[in-house]
Design a protein. Structure first.
Length: 241
């Protein structure tokens, strides 16, 4: 089993402390500097751990007050209808993207096969979480094709979908979306960031966005704990059936 990253382990420790009542709602968490001294970690590690539990809706950074506990952790499920493009875009609008890290990289052979993209192609990758009502519902990776010419700074506004930013800034719009849905166990890293047990049941959705020239320009890959995401469909029988 892969070793849990130190920032993820620290996030899990803090989450457990909050859940166990060591920190109650309204309490102030130790500062980044204090966490470094208490746990023997770097400031980067402490900051990344706090970002994880902030994305989970457990804490808030308040100017002049520090880092305050605002929730002990409840369950929240996101329900999405399956219809047309508007239904698919609902996810990007309502499940806010919180980016933890970003950078350019070349797709591996395994990633190219999974995402049905060209092996060795270059992409800007945004890694983070989807958050609804202060609760992380998924670990998410978003790939933006290098040909778009975008940078991580283009996507600092979480209120707007990545594809909407691209259309506004670069004039590349969605003509077609392909989606695949699969059930699989959550990885150790994803489970840790979402506060669930490693290898617990999950739902993975992969979406591939194509422009008018049928070029793949965005890929989204979201991994949800089983109890935090629901697809809903309504079927109507035709009167002449």
């Amino acid at each position: 089993m892969a070793k849990r990253p130190r920032y993820a382990a620290l996030a899990a420790e803090l989450r457990q402390s909050i859940s166990d009542g060591a920190f109650e709602i309204g309490d102030q968490l130790p500062t980044e500097h204090q966490l470094c001294a208490m746990h023997g970690v770097s400031r980067h590690t402490a900051r990344a751990a706090l970002q994880i539990i902030e994305a989970a809706g457990l804490i808030e950074r308040r100017p002049g007050l520090g880092t305050i506990v605002v929730s002990t952790g409840g369950r929240s499920a996101f329900a999405q209808g399956l219809g047309g493009v508007d239904d698919l875009m609902q996810y990007a609008h309502e499940a806010r993207l919180v980016t933890w890290r970003s950078g350019g990289r070349i797709l591996t052979v395994a990633e190219a096969e999974l995402y049905r993209a060209r092996s060795g192609s270059s992409w800007l990758v945004l890694e983070g979480a989807r958050v609804v009502a202060g609760r992380s519902i998924a670990a998410t990776s978003i790939f933006v094709a290098e040909a778009v010419g975008a940078s991580a700074a283009d996507f600092r506004d979480p209120a707007c979908a990545v594809t909407e930013h691209i259309e506004r800034l670069y004039g590349i719009g969605i003509a077609r979306i392909e989606q695949s849905i699969r059930a699989e166990a959550l990885s150790t890293a994803d489970a840790s960031s979402l506060g669930v047990e490693a290898k617990s049941p999950g739902l993975r959705t992969i979406r591939r966005y194509f422009d008018d020239a049928d070029r793949l320009f965005v890929i989204s890959d979201s991994r949800h704990p089983a109890d935090r995401f629901v697809y809903e469909m309504t079927f109507t029988r035709r009167a002449d059936a």
